[in-house]
Design a protein around this ligand. Structure first.
Ligand SMILES: [Cu+2]
Length: 147
């Protein structure tokens, strides 16, 4: 009895997760916050869903339309929100990490155009030279102006 139940579960698992050892990262709802005229620094957000079993580590990003990009986080310090640069962002197997206003985000410096409707080409750089190419839409934020 026990054995046949185990067998059924194994079949179900393998049917539901083909090639699950290395399915990589799904990027959900990427967007870049529209910047006011004259401002050349923009923040980018998205959700990174790890469909594999192994941790993936985001170590950087780049865009042909920005001089450089950094990984940032926000935290409360002495009643103020402060931004700091992060070396990397770890996405554990099966986990989703949200880059969102008030939290983790991508920072784009000297961005050429961050007007709503424009799409910015972005490459996410992961450990071991693994990369994801994106075309990230610029959107107007729903109120607020923090990163
Ligand atoms: Cu920032």
């Amino acid at each position: 009895m026990f054995r046949s139940v185990m067998f059924a579960c194994t079949l179900l698992l393998s049917a539901c997760t083909p090639g699950s050892a290395d399915d990589g990262i799904a990027v959900l709802e990427p967007w870049i916050r529209e910047t006011p005229p004259g401002r050349t620094v923009a923040a980018g957000y998205m959700q990174l869903r790890n469909d594999g079993n192994e941790s993936r580590v985001l170590v950087g990003a780049r865009s042909p339309e920005a001089s450089r990009m950094e990984l940032h986080s926000m935290r409360h310090e002495d009643g103020m929100m402060r931004m700091r640069q992060e070396e990397s962002i770890v996405i554990k197997g099966g986990a989703t990490v949200a880059l969102e206003p008030g939290g983790l985000h991508l920072m784009l410096f000297d961005i050429e155009t961050a007007a709503a409707g424009h799409r910015v080409p972005v490459v996410l750089e992961f450990e071991d030279g693994w990369e994801i190419e994106l075309s990230v839409p610029v959107r107007r934020a729903n109120g607020g102006h923090q990163h």
